[in-house]
Structures are given as C-alpha cells and as structure tokens.
Ligand binder design. Structure first.
Ligand code: GAF
Length: 391
C-alpha cells in the first residue's frame, strides 16, 4: 500500500506547536521547499546536460522568527539520529561560519553563510516529510526552505532571482556538507510547479515546464530503504572522471561530446572512463527525447528511455545497487508499467516508475513480493517549488 504523504498543514501545525513549546512564543514566518524526483537525466547536471525532475508533495518547513542579537537557534524534528538542536552566531567577516557537527546543521549554516540579504539572528524549527537519504533531495529541500525562511524574516522574499537563489543553495552544499553536487536539486526545489515536470538545461540554466496532468498515469516512487555508504566518495569520483574525460577531448564538459568523440575515447581512455562518458552522452540525449515523448503522451517511448537510463546507470556509471536493480526488475514485470529506473545519486534510495494509474496497486504488491527488503511506496503528483506559508 502507498504511504500517505503528510499534508503541509499538518506538518505546519506540528512545527508551530514545537516552536511555541521550545521558544515560548509563536513563530512568525514559515519557509517551505519540496524534495524532488528526477524522472530521467541522472548524473548529467554537473556535465552541463539535461535533467528532468519534478517537485514532490513531500516538503521541508522552516518555521520561526527573527530575534535581536546575532544568535541563531535551530531545532529539528526531522528523523535525524543526531543532536536535534544547534546554536551558532550569524557570520561576520571576522568570524565566518564553519562546517561542523551535527551534520544536518551544515545545510542550514551553509545557507546562512551564503544568504544574499542581511544576516540576522533567528529561532527556528525544522520539520520534513522528505525521506532523509532517500535520493529525493532531502538536503536541497532543507537548504531551499532555510533560504526561503531567511527571505521571510528579512522581508525580501522574491527579490533575489530564483536562479541565483538555487545557486546560493548549491554553493552552500559545496562549502558546508562538502558535497560537489550539480544544480538539479536546488533548481527544482526553487522552481518546481504544480502538475509540471521541468526540463532543465544545466549549461544555459534555462528550463521548460512540461505538463504532467494525465489522470490515467501515475508516478510511483519506491524507497528501497537502503543507503550504501558509498555516496560520499563515489559521487566526487564520478564527477572528476567526467571532467578529466572532457578535458582530454578539449571540451568544456561532456555536454559538448558527441557519438564520434566516444569512438575517439575508446582508444584514448581506460574502459571505466569510457563507460562513464558513454552513460553521460547517452543520458543527455535520452533526457531530451524523453521530455518530447512525455509532451506528446508517448509513454511507451518514455518508459523505454527510463529503462535504458537505469541500465546505463547500473552497467556503465555503476551507481546502482542490487536493491535498486531488484525494484526496477520487479516493476517491469507488471503489465501497465511503462518504465522504471533508479533516481537520484544512487547506491540506494528510490526508484521512479511510470505506470498506468489503474495498475499501481498491482505494481506495489508485486514489488513487495519480489523485494528482499521492505519497500515504501509513494504515489506522487508534481507539486510547487519553494514558497512562504502564511501563519
Ligand atoms: C545528487 C546531486 F545532488 C545532483 O546534483 C545530481 O547530480 C544527482 O545526484 C544525480 O543525477 O542528487
């Protein structure tokens, strides 16, 4: 059975009650930002390629108020098995913020450090319904919700260009948690729109909305509930391998590389670098084609491209894992499934499946029967990006 996605209103009530209990007054501002599921276009963003995510109905909320003086106090109600409360001072030129422990607070501190407006003290509570470490961008949703909250407390919401806001949050992730991510997650968390997926060109940072309103199909997100601790080292390695290969080809990025270049690479680089490049070059092409297929309602083609994407991520890019492969295999065994693939950085987390709406129950049942672990299912519709919520 699909897991209910908590309503934003209910999360808000919980966060506001927790804030009052902890800080003894009512919060005044609520920043909200979603997680995302990437439909196709994996590990292409840092290669300046295309990605095709949609914002999820699962969100992170940061609720609180501005306080005088330079102290920031943050309490988290997220399912994070670390310290649940942190305090730090707003950064100054003489005393800039530094990353540290607990890890979750680095997402907040990084955004405070990179916020474009005035730096002010605040009290805040963070709550999230985005599965943590599930490959659906819980990190970016914390960053973007924090940024939105800061815009709220400084009365500057909407003044900074949305792309700049996404870039500031990406910089926060590079500098504080130290993850050299691409732009996809922060971008969709800021720019997502209800009932639309977003085709993002990560070279020009231009994007195009693609409607996703057909009631006869559903997007099923299946959480494997495993996270292999490879992500930390493997992601930067993949990124470096791609950059090195692009350099060898005298290109700015693998976005510039062609099928012809692949032939050249076959003799120029080792098999591993060759396969990494083959995935990226193929995936960029697949993603553009997939967006066109979805626009014209060609779900069979879209599904086929999803499966090709998964296979390339498994065999060439080597970022899948047995659990994700099992989930995809099981999904593809059910009639009515157009396509299925791992989504996000990999090594665990979620798969995304495009399926006929009427068949969703059967797919979940079959996956659960075949899957050796315990899967969690979410039937998701595309939702809005970051916003302030009136309190
Ligand atoms: C992670 C990163 F944060 C994204 O930028 C992207 O590279 C993704 O992995 C893989 O497509 O979510």
């Amino acid at each position: 059975m699909a897991t209910d996605i908590p309503k934003v209103d209910d999360l808000l009530k919980t966060a506001c009650a927790a804030f009052e209990k902890r800080f003894g007054c009512k919060p005044e501002v609520a920043g909200c930002a979603p997680g995302r599921v990437n439909l196709i276009g994996e590990h292409t963003d840092y290669n300046e390629g295309f990605v095709f995510p949609m914002a999820l109905p699962q969100v992170t909320l940061v609720v609180g108020r501005k306080v005088d003086g330079g102290l920031c106090r943050v309490v988290t109600l997220a399912d994070i098995k670390e310290n649940k409360e942190v305090e730090f001072n707003v950064p100054t030129a003489a005393a800039p913020l530094q990353p540290g422990s607990p890890k979750w607070a680095n997402y907040v501190k990084g955004v405070v450090a990179n916020f474009k407006g005035d730096k002010v003290g605040f009290d805040a509570v963070i709550i999230t319904s985005v599965p943590i470490g599930g490959g659906v961008s819980s990190s970016a949703s914390i960053e973007v919700a924090t940024y939105t909250f800061l815009e709220g407390v400084t009365g500057t919401f909407g003044q900074v260009d949305k792309k700049e806001k996404a870039l500031a949050c990406q910089k926060a992730e590079h500098e504080f948690p130290g993850m050299p991510c691409g732009i996809m997650d922060q971008f969709i968390s800021v720019m997502g729109e209800k009932d639309n997926a977003l085709l993002i060109d990560c070279r020009s940072v231009e994007s195009r909305l693609v409607p996703m309103k057909d009631p006869s199909v559903a997007i099923l997100v299946t959480n494997s509930n495993v996270k292999h601790e490879l992500t930390g080292t493997e992601y930067p390695t993949r990124r470096r391998q791609c950059e090195l290969t692009a350099k060898l080809l005298n290109k700015k990025s693998l976005r510039e590389a062609t099928e012809e270049d692949l032939k050249e690479l076959k003799v120029k680089v080792d098999d591993e670098h060759f396969r990494r490049a083959r995935h990226v070059i193929g995936e960029i092409k697949r993603t553009e084609e997939a967006a066109t297929a979805l626009e014209s309602g060609d779900y069979d083609k879209f599904g086929k491209l999803m499966v090709e994407s998964h296979n390339a991520l498994r065999d060439d890019y080597e970022v899948s894992c047995p659990e994700l492969d099992q989930l995809v295999k099981a999904a593809m065994e059910v009639k009515g499934v157009y396509g299925s693939r791992m989504t996000g950085g990999g090594f665990g987390g979620c798969t995304v499946t495009l399926v006929k709406k009427d068949e969703v129950d059967k797919v979940m049942e079959h996956i659960q029967e075949c899957y050796k672990g315990t899967a969690t299912f979410y039937v998701c519709v595309a939702d809005n990006g970051a916003r302030l919520i009136n309190l």
